[in-house]
Write a protein that binds this ligand. Structure first.
Ligand code: NAD
Length: 511
């Protein structure tokens, strides 16, 4: 692993701020942060975080960079992003391994996360030639009307620990082709993966002289994060994290009438209808609930299953859970690694206790386990509980591998229960019945930002707009037309005649 750290530019002690490139690293003067691996609870490396002064240096560099970057033609900006995608391809394995080491997801998922960065780079390259505006017919003669999209400025990107690198790329690479500058504040749990990304892309930055276009500031949420959200020089804050934090950020950014993109917690459910293909439903549930040790925003947290198939479904699911190899995520055979820290295990235990207190029944798992060779790590069995959707704990996002089974007896009841939570991120139905499928996808169906049929709740592709409703925050990132949020729209009317007619037929002549 030391060779991988070295390859990614990670030393024993690392600077926590850069304006990009090999020489962009600051002599940071903030407090020391130690990155701990959840695999064995051992320290990996240290970071000297950014101080308030360091932050100011980065923002000033970012402002200067925007002056130039906004005037680089968008397709040329796209070529820079293409090179970033190419270099990420070269580093897919080592960066994926570092994601695993620092965050705990299994290697296949660590690599998959880097693949997502590569995919979004490809998408952004294409997008750089498609920043389309509409042309309208003016109501006035010899007038032309159209809208155009201009770069917005500095985008503050605040990311969560569970997708420590891909969420940066969703924002930074789209923002870059839009002509924006990004300042990234990663989670304090995963600073090293962020530092590694900056080292990886440094040759591209240097080749094109792009100091200040892709910035990194590592610091406490309450300090650097708080300063960013209050900072009027940052017109857009894109934040991924818990709903509680998102509400705080929405208030702070809203108070200064800045823009925010909020990607917050989910409470995602799969409806399993009486005619569902149970093999597919069980496999999708297993991946959705146990993958990333239950720490995806799109993790399947609730199964709403028809009572006719519930016993068979639960029996097969429990058997499948029994086959999950929990172990060191750096070893290829492991299907589930540790959760990120001890607090996550405690939140799982508290949720199980709360559900039991409401009348719930534990069907599987929930115990702490020790993995040989990884004694200090945070390993736990994924849990399944039979509950009622009405229990207060079921309405919360417990960010751990805990799956609730909820019985239903009719499609209307299933959809009502499905929607009866405060969050609205991802959703799915397993059915062969086209009436059920279409109802689920109709305005009286799922109220989530993502609604799938015969596919689980997690594992979205980058081509669609990603995000959710209600307490999930309403933000959309990644594909589709998410790029528009990183630009400012300008409506332009050109009068190419010699008269000055007013809109709505108004006459305003002095004589
Ligand atoms: P978190 O809310 O604890 O932290 C998120 C980020 O906010 C971190 O970078 C943190 O340092 C920063 N922060 C903390 N205080 C701040 C402040 N005062 N001002 C500005 N920033 C501050 O979230 P987490 O535990 O890292 O991540 C897990 C959560 O993220 C879950 O709720 C999960 O559902 C959610 N998530 C959502 C999506 C999505 O796309 N909807 C994706 C991934 C994760």
């Amino acid at each position: 692993m030391n060779a991988i750290l070295a390859k990614l530019g990670i030393g024993e002690v690392n600077s926590g701020a850069t304006t990009g490139g090999r020489n962009g690293w600051l002599e940071t003067s903030g407090s020391e942060l130690v990155s701990i691996s959840p695999i064995d609870g051992k320290p990996i490396a240290k970071v000297i975080q950014a101080s308030a002064d360091d932050y100011q240096i980065v923002i000033e560099k970012a402002r200067a960079a925007f002056e130039k970057w906004r005037m680089v033609p968008a397709p040329v900006r796209g070529q820079v992003v293409r090179e970033i995608g190419d270099i990420l391809r070269e580093y897919k394995d080592p960066l994926g391994q570092l994601v695993t080491l620092e965050m705990g997801k299994i290697m296949a998922e660590g690599r998959g996360e880097v693949q997502e960065m590569i995919d979004i780079a490809d998408f952004a390259v294409g997008q750089s030639r498609m920043l389309y505006g509409l042309a309208m017919h003016s109501e006035r003669p010899r007038h032309r009307m159209y809208e155009q999209w201009h770069p917005l400025g500095i985008v503050g990107v605040i990311t969560a620990y569970n997708f420590p690198v891909s969420v940066w790329s969703w924002n930074a690479l789209i923002a870059a082709v839009c002509g924006d500058i990004t300042v990234w504040k990663p989670s304090s749990i995963t600073p090293l993966t962020a530092i590694a990304v900056q080292h990886i892309i440094a040759p591209v930055i240097d080749r094109h002289g792009l100091d200040g276009v892709f910035n990194l500031v590592i610091g406490k949420g309450g300090e650097v994060g708080e300063t960013m959200i209050q900072d009027r020089r940052i017109p857009l804050i894109s934040m991924t994290g818990s709903t509680a934090m998102g509400i705080h950020i929405a208030e702070a950014v809203g108070r200064r009438l800045g823009r925010s993109i909020l990607e917050l917690g989910g409470n995602n459910a799969i409806i399993v209808a009486e005619d569902a293909d149970l093999d597919m439903a069980v496999r999708a549930t297993l991946f959705g609930a146990v993958g990333t040790a239950g720490q995806r925003c799109t993790t399947t947290r609730r199964i709403i299953v028809h009572r006719a198939v519930k016993p068979t479904f639960v029996e097969r699911l429990v058997a499948a859970y029994g086959q999950v190899r929990i172990g060191n995520p750096l070893e290829e055979g492991s299907l589930m690694g540790p959760v990120v820290d001890g607090a996550t295990i405690e939140s799982l235990e508290k949720a199980i206790a709360a559900a039991k207190a409401s009348g719930g029944r534990l069907l599987y798992g929930g115990r702490r386990i020790t993995v040989s060779g990884c004694e200090g790590g945070y390993y736990v069995e994924p849990a399944i509980m039979e509950v009622q959707n009405e229990y207060p704990i079921v309405k919360e996002e417990t960010f751990a591998p805990l799956l609730y089974i909820i019985e239903c007896s009719h499609i209307d009841e299933a959809i009502a229960k499905h929607n009866d939570v405060p969050q609205g991120l991802s959703s799915a139905i397993f059915t062969k019945n086209m009436h059920y499928q279409e109802q689920f996808l109709s305005p009286i169906g799922s109220d989530c930002g993502i609604a799938n049929v015969n596919i689980g709740t997690s594992g979205a592709e980058i081509g669609g707009a990603f995000g959710g409703e209600k307490e999930t925050g309403g933000g959309r990132e990644s594909g589709s037309d998410a790029w528009k949020q990183y630009m400012r729209r300008q409506t332009t009317t050109i009068n190419w005649g010699h008269e000055l007619p007013l809109a709505q037929g108004i006459r305003f002549d002095a004589d």
